[in-house]
Design a protein around this ligand. Structure first.
Ligand code: SF4
Ligand code: SF4
Ligand code: SF4
Length: 319
């Protein structure tokens, strides 16, 4: 099934169509009366690194293996998202300073985000080590540059507000790959076509939740209407702050950010860069209108100069 890009029929300037808050991406893509926009809230504070999500994605989508190689860099042998890896569980190993003793001398059990977690030094003298685990995925951006630059309509916005690439339409041009600010979509070397997470479009159409969320045993991956997920995530951050995990923060939840907010957003326990995420992503097509304007002005100036250069000798020759 091919979905054409529908024209935007409101009176916003093009710069606001390509960036900024966008309350109804599915409606703006031409879907009449779309269902509520859905997405993922991934709470990395409860991820145990079991990789059930990675396996479920591989199985449901019949994705080929990535090669049986060991990275030699922790348990993260998958290392990154790619054409055959639509979910990637990052393992970030950190050494942590020793927890400061409470003034009243009580022994405090370390929290996952407070120097404790897996592998913490039980002696407590030199601090400890913790793993940050986070299941990464396509962000299903509100303003998706991959979709903006696709010349064939292979990438399209679904009625659920998600972004899907159709393997039978992709011509392998690769424009989407550098356009993605997160480095998510990739061409498969064996045939050149681009692949990424579809947010299980086939399952959504049948009223089922995505395979990765279904398989997650800790509900680190939560699927549902985006508005509800944002409310739930805000409550979870408050809960963690009250529990002393001050470094908990949300990533990709803000409709005012550079991509208009992500359809798949995260609760992190450290800076985004620590997880390999860009700190301030911007939709790469945001500046296209200004660039076209400047290119048009330059072309006009060039045409004017050329016309003048032809006109002047003619005037001299006529004397
Ligand atoms: S994260 Fe990249 S591939 Fe996914 S929708 Fe956004 S721009 Fe497209
Ligand atoms: S939503 Fe579906 S396609 Fe996307 S990562 Fe989860 S299982 Fe894979
Ligand atoms: S997100 Fe869930 S399924 Fe994936 S590794 Fe973490 S706990 Fe396991």
């Amino acid at each position: 099934m091919t979905h054409a890009h529908a024209p935007y029929d409101d009176d916003r300037p093009l710069s606001r169509v390509l960036s900024g808050p966008e309350p109804d991406p599915a409606g703006d893509a031409g879907h009449p009366e779309p269902p509520p926009r859905v997405g993922f809230f991934t709470d990395t504070s409860v991820c145990i690194g079991c990789k059930a999500c990675e396996v479920a994605c591989k199985e449901w989508n019949a994705l080929p293996e990535d090669g049986l190689k060991l990275s030699g860099m922790s348990y993260d042998n998958t290392q990154e998202l790619g054409a055959s890896t639509w979910r990637h569980v990052a393992f970030v190993e950190q050494t942590r300073p020793a927890p400061v003793p409470a003034p009243d001398g009580r022994t405090e059990l370390p929290l996952a985000g407070d120097g404790g977690g897996s592998g913490a030094d039980p002696g407590g003298e030199g601090g400890g080590m913790r793993w940050l685990m986070s299941s990464d995925v396509c962000k299903h951006c509100t303003h998706a540059a991959c979709l903006d630059v696709c010349p064939t309509g292979s990438l399209f916005r679904t009625e659920f507000g998600t972004v899907v690439v159709q393997e039978d339409i992709c011509n392998g041009c690769g424009y989407c790959v550098p356009a993605c600010p997160y480095g998510v979509i990739e061409q498969r070397p064996s045939d050149g076509r681009a692949f990424k997470c579809t947010l299980c479009y086939d399952r959504l159409g049948a009223g089922q939740e995505p395979a990765c969320a279904k398989a997650c045993p800790t509900e680190s991956i939560q699927f549902g209407p985006l508005d509800e997920l944002r409310e739930r995530a805000a409550l979870r951050v408050d809960q963690l702050h009250e529990a002393g995990v001050g470094e908990a923060r949300l990533y990709g939840h803000d409709p005012e950010d550079g991509v208009g907010g992500d359809g798949a957003f995260f609760l992190l326990l450290d800076e985004p860069e620590v997880y390999g995420l860009p700190p301030d992503p911007v939709v790469t097509t945001r500046d296209l209108p200004a660039m076209w304007k400047h290119a048009g002005a330059a072309a006009l100036a060039l045409a004017g100069g050329l016309a003048l250069s032809f006109a002047l000798p003619g005037r001299r020759g006529s004397r």
